[in-house]
Every structure is written in structure tokens, then in C-alpha cells.
Design a protein around this ligand. Structure first.
Ligand SMILES: [Zn+2]
Length: 652
């Protein structure tokens, strides 16, 4: 039984063009996810918009529209965060229309439009316009690093594209196009300005804009008269190629991945959110151009991140001071692990899974989703994390709002887009990447296929998928065998299917499917004690409890006597579902070496119950394990079994 058995295949592995299924074509009906998504849509989305309104972030647009100067509220990137929230709202609308939300967005769009109309170029950055109108694009000593001009523009473009795809409306997209055109006219090879985003995001956003117009020439004729949509792809490429080219501008250094050309960057460095968003752009560009150079660079960075710098929770970026990456295997329990970085990693994993063969990408998506993104919001939907460390002693709690509230909008766009990550397809096959119940229409080239998935995930490993097709249809169904699951059972219409090939972490069933055919997959879900690579100093000799994709933690409220239990070498655990605890969770119970009880709950649900006493205000993921230190790092330094692997279950 090998956890994280799905390792990253060599980049030379045959690459098939995989497509994601548009978010609008999946309806999630799932015991675990449906209540959570309903809460996020009904409570969290409103909460985030309302808190931005109260903080006068929307009022910044009104002031620009009225031609005022001064009076800016918030940080320069608040324009972008508002747009990110609108993108999340658009994806929710794509799945289920809501007139009130549509109207609310229209109200916001009007205010952004009025701000843009006040500028002859269509430029929008309320901070620069209200505070330093002479310092646009870093002119006259302006701080490009702080202004976030291209980041905000990218968020506007993303929101415009998603809003159009959800509703067919161009009122937001038209604003994005106007700003994007201004950037295309201003930024690029000489004689244009050599400017690259100091905070990535706009790279992929412009590629999305290009792809939208390439796929919809009528829309391009309407919104882009006399212009070629390829300009957006070229600008994204310029941004990725011109990292490290500091001619005529300051360097943003390794902090913002500006130390050398992106394809030459040997490892993940600097601010983790900026980094993963840049790698998303790099991967999207490689996919769009079918360019092995860009994709090879993405693959190298992916291996660095997932094989040396990834926490067991899917968090990345341990360093507090610059919210960033450190050197390989430096994964302290107090790591920063910003929710935004986990969201970026998850989206990057989705794109890497389109570019390269292997279930490992969907594994990483799942790890980040359940253990680094989901903890980002409280069970009541109104409190948030910024950092997601693996240990806390009264010093870390969710907050109602933050001076830099970047994580709630990022969390919203990750969860609203979940339906788009469940399946993918290529010319011949459908990939089942996530086990989430619901209905999805897969636009295979040979004709649409509807899949209904019923899943007892995440508390049990049973999944049933029924095929709906008007007539017989031949295709391969590729079911991800998660890296954490060593054992599985597969049935088609109640019988063991033949043949089943295991390829790059997928069970592949290729046959002529009939309407009503049902595939049943049962994944073993024992409680595992997981050890980290022996080079990870902070957790050597320790284990984390994991069941299925969920990482568990101990909280003081459940374990009042024992903040640092040591588990016996033969520790036994039981998992039992408790519908009344933390919105319904499987609780893990076992005994420590001294006989005292150990109670663990899913990490995502921690910090949702007040501690009765200061001494109970703690949380811990990694636990002592008797006799383990010797077994993981022998004097001879035996690293057998740890090649390209960061986490493995006991026994090693
Ligand atoms: Zn954040």
C-alpha cells in the first residue's frame, strides 16, 4: 500500500490534449459538497461582497468616476480582489441562475464602467488614479511592485470572461477588452514599454481572453473590430519571456520571479502566490502554443514544488516574512501556507493534468482542495484563514476580515469552479479526476455523454458512475486511483471488467458503452499513519494521520490532557462518522503510548469550536511515533523508497 504512489511521469510521456469540462455542464449533488457549496454561495459570497462594500473598496471606483483625487481606501490590489469575487459569483451563476445575484453584479459592473469611462485610455487602477495619477506603470518613481496594475487588469479580464461564459452578457467583458487593448498598445517589445506583472495572474487571464475570441469569431467581430485576438496571446508570451529582462525598469528580484526568464528558472522561489500564478500562465502558454520548451519548464518547476516543497496538506510557501517558498525539504510546522497559494497550486495542478499524463496532478488538486483550501473558511461561512500552519498554540484563529483580504476571493473562485475539475476528456477518453457526486455532460468529439456520479466520498470510498448515452458509444473511461489508496475494487454492471489496464495512476476501461451502464469503484480508506521524507527536519520521527484524502489533526478541545502524545509502534485507530460534530465528520480514535485516548478530526474543520481554557487552545497535525526516527533515517542515510516521494504511509 503506497500513499502518493502516483509520481510525476517524465515529461517525455506521450501528451494527449485534454480538455476540462466547462463548469456550467456539471451540477454537483453530493452529500459532502452540496451543503458546503450552498453555504459558500449563500453566505460567504454575500459576506465578502458586503465587507468590501463596508471597507469602501467599491467606493474607490465611484470616486474615480467623479474625477476626484485622494480618498483611496484599502490596498492597490482591492480592485482585483473585487473582480476575483465577481469571477466566483459568475461561476456560481453558470451552474444555477439567480436573478438577484445577476442584478447585484450588474450594479457593480456599472460602477466599474463609470470609473473606466472617466479615463481616456480605459485604464483602471483606483489606487494609482486617486493617489498617484502621474505614476501610471511605474512612471516618475511609481512602485510597480506595489501598484498591482497588471494583476488587477488580469482579474478584470478573468471576471469578464467568466461572466460572459456564465450569462452571455458583454457588459463586464467589454470593460476588460478595453483595458486589455490599452495594455497591448502600451506594453511589449520596444518601442513599447518593457513591463511585466510584479504579481502574476494576468498571463493566464489574457490567454483565456485570446481563447474565448478564437473560439467565438462573432464575438470578436463585435467587441474587437479591427484587432486580432492574437495580440492577447502575444502579450502573455511577452510577460513570460521578459522576466529577468530589466531594461528600462527595476527588477522585482526572486521575490516576484523576475530574476531570469521564466523558462530558465530552475526552482520555485519567492512569494508563493505570485509564483504559482506565474507557473499557471507558463503552463497555459505551453498548452496553447503546444510548445515543449514552456511545458518542460512547467514540469521542472512542478517537480520542484511537489517533490520537495509541498506540505502534506497541499500547502506551499512556509516563509512568513515574504509569504514564500524556501529551499527544498524546509517544511516547518509553523509554515505560513497562505490559502491563496493552495488555490493557485490547485488550479496549476488542473492545467498540468491537461498538459501531462498522470493521475498525480488530480491527486495534488485533491490534497490542496480538502486540506489547504477548505480550511480557509469556517463552518459558518463567515470567518477565514490567511495562513494554514500545521501547529497552533493559541496564536492562530480565523478572522472576520483582514487588512489584506485576498484569500476569501481566491477561495470563492476555487470552490465555485469545483464542477470544472471533476472530469476531463480528450478525443477518445473521459477522465474521472475527482470523486464528487452529480451530473455532468461531457462533450466528447463523437457526441455528448452524460455521467451521473454517486459517491459516499469523503467519508467512504464508494463511487458509482452511470453512463447515459442515446446509443451505444465507444470510449475509454479513465478512473483516477488516488495515490493514497493502495487497494481498490472495480465492477461494471456488477461484474469485474476485462480488460482493465492501469496507466499512469488511472484504471482504464475501454469498451462500447450502453445507456445505463454502471461502474462501481471501491477505494480502501483505512486510517494511515504517514511519515515525511527523512530530510524534513521538523517532523522526523513523527506521523500524520490521514484517511482517504483528508489529513487529520488533534485539537485541545478533544485532547485536553495531552498536547504531545506519542503513538505506540503498533497504534490502532478507528474512524467513526459523527453527524453532530463539526457539520458531520468521521472522527479518528486511538490510544497513545501511555494509554490515554487520542481523538483526531479533519484538519479542514479545526478551529470551529472555542477552547474552554487557554491550555486547550492548540492544534497539532504531526504526532510522535515510538521507534520511527531510526526507521526513517538510518545512520547509513538509506533513502530507498523516497525517490521523488515526500510522504509515505507506515510501515515504510
Ligand atoms: Zn491570500
Amino acid at each position: 500500500m503506497t500513499l502518493q504512489a502516483n509520481s510525476t511521469p517524465a515529461p517525455a510521456a506521450a501528451r494527449r490534449k485534454r480538455q476540462p469540462v466547462p463548469v456550467a455542464q456539471t451540477t454537483i449533488e453530493d452529500d459532502f459538497w452540496s451543503p458546503k457549496l450552498r453555504l459558500v454561495r449563500q453566505v460567504t459570497l454575500d459576506d465578502v461582497f458586503t465587507k468590501f462594500e463596508k471597507g469602501e473598496a467599491f467606493a474607490n471606483f465611484d470616486k474615480v468616476a467623479r474625477g476626484e483625487r485622494g480618498g483611496f481606501h484599502g490596498h492597490p490590489w482591492f480592485d482585483g480582489l473585487i473582480c476575483e469575487t465577481m469571477r466566483g459569483a459568475a461561476d456560481f451563476l453558470a451552474v444555477e441562475y439567480d436573478a438577484q445575484l445577476d442584478e447585484r453584479l450588474d450594479g457593480y459592473i456599472e460602477r466599474i464602467a463609470a470609473a473606466q469611462a472617466a479615463d481616456p485610455d480605459g485604464y483602471i487602477n483606483t489606487y494609482v488614479t486617486l493617489t498617484h495619477p502621474d505614476k501610471r506603470w511605474g512612471a516618475n518613481g511609481g512602485s510597480q511592485l506595489y501598484h498591482h496594475e497588471m494583476y488587477n487588469a488580469g482579474c478584470l479580464v478573468e471576471a469578464g470572461v467568466h461572466h460572459y461564459l456564465a450569462l452571455g452578457k458583454t457588459n463586464l467583458l467589454a470593460l476588460a477588452v478595453r483595458f486589455a487593448n490599452y495594455m497591448c498598445d502600451t506594453i511589449g517589445p520596444a518601442p513599447k514599454h518593457n513591463l511585466v506583472p510584479a504579481h502574476s495572474l494576468s498571463e493566464e487571464a489574457l490567454i483565456k481572453l485570446y481563447r474565448l475570441f478564437r473560439q467565438q469569431p462573432d464575438l470578436a467581430a463585435q467587441l474587437l473590430p479591427g484587432r486580432d485576438p492574437a495580440q492577447y496571446l502575444e502579450l502573455a508570451r511577452f510577460w513570460i519571456d521578459n522576466r529577468g529582462n530589466h531594461q528600462g525598469r527595476i527588477s522585482f528580484t526572486e521575490y516576484a520571479q523576475d530574476h531570469c526568464c521564466t523558462v530558465d528558472q530552475p526552482e520555485a522561489v519567492g512569494h508563493a502566490v505570485r509564483a504559482v500564478l506565474l507557473y499557471i500562465g507558463l503552463t497555459a502558454l505551453g498548452l496553447e502554443l503546444d510548445d515543449s520548451g514552456y511545458l518542460a519548464a512547467a514540469h521542472r518547476l512542478w517537480q520542484d514544488v511537489t517533490e520537495r516543497k509541498l506540505y502534506i496538506t497541499g500547502g506551499v510557501g512556509p516563509i512568513h516574512e515574504y509569504e514564500g517558498f524556501s529551499y527544498g525539504y524546509y517544511l516547518p510546522n509553523t509554515g505560513y501556507l497562505e490559502t491563496c497559494a493552495g488555490v493557485g497550486l490547485a488550479f496549476w495542478a488542473g492545467l498540468m493534468g491537461q498538459a501531462f499524463d498522470g493521475a498525480v496532478y488530480a491527486d495534488v488538486y485533491e490534497r490542496a482542495l480538502y486540506n489547504n483550501i477548505l480550511p480557509g473558511v469556517s463552518l459558518d461561512g463567515k470567518r477565514y484563514t490567511y495562513q494554514n500552519p500545521l501547529t497552533a498554540k493559541g496564536n492562530i484563529h480565523r478572522w472576520e476580515w483582514h487588512g489584506c483580504p485576498c484569500c476569501p476571493p481566491m477561495l470563492l473562485k476555487a470552490l465555485s469552479e469545483l464542477g470544472g475539475q471533476i472530469y476531463a476528456y480528450d478525443d477518445e477518453d473521459i477522465y474521472v479526476h475527482q470523486y464528487v457526486g452529480g451530473r455532468s455532460v461531457i462533450p466528447l468529439p463523437a457526441g455528448e455523454v452524460e455521467l451521473t456520479q454517486r459517491s459516499s466520498y469523503v467519508w467512504e470510498g464508494r463511487v458509482a458512475i452511470t453512463v447515459h448515452t442515446p446509443g451505444a458509444r465507444t470510449f475509454g473511461l479513465r478512473l483516477r486511483l488516488p495515490g493514497w489508496s493502495g487497494d481498490f475494487r472495480l465492477r461494471v454492471n456488477g461484474q469485474p471488467p476485462s480488460p482493465v489496464e492501469i496507466e499512469h495512476g488511472y484504471a482504464v476501461i475501454r469498451r462500447e458503452w450502453q445507456d445505463g451502464d454502471t461502474i462501481e469503484l471501491e477505494l480502501a480508506m483505512p486510517v494511515e499513519r504517514v511519515a515525511a521524507h527523512p530530510f524534513v527536519n521538523d517532523v522526523r520521527g513523527k506521523v500524520a494521520l490521514q484517511r482517504g484524502p483528508l489529513v487529520y489533526c488533534l485539537e485541545g478541545v478533544d485532547n485536553p490532557d495531552e498536547p504531545n502524545p506519542v503513538l505506540p509502534a503498533d497504534a490502532q485507530f478507528e474512524a467513526q462518522y459523527d453527524p453532530d460534530l463539526l457539520g458531520g465528520v468521521a472522527v479518528i480514535r486511538g490510544a497513545a503510548q501511555d494509554g490515554r485516548q487520542v481523538v483526531a478530526v479533519p484538519y479542514y474543520a479545526w478551529d470551529n469550536r472555542p477552547a474552554a481554557a487557554e491550555s486547550e487552545d492548540w492544534m497539532q497535525v504531526w504526532l510522535g511515533q515510538a521507534g520511527l526516527e531510526k526507521a526513517t533515517l538510518t545512520e547509513a542515510g538509506d533513502l530507498t523508497g523516497w525517490e521523488n516521494v515526500l510522504y509515505r504511509p507506515l510501515p515504510l
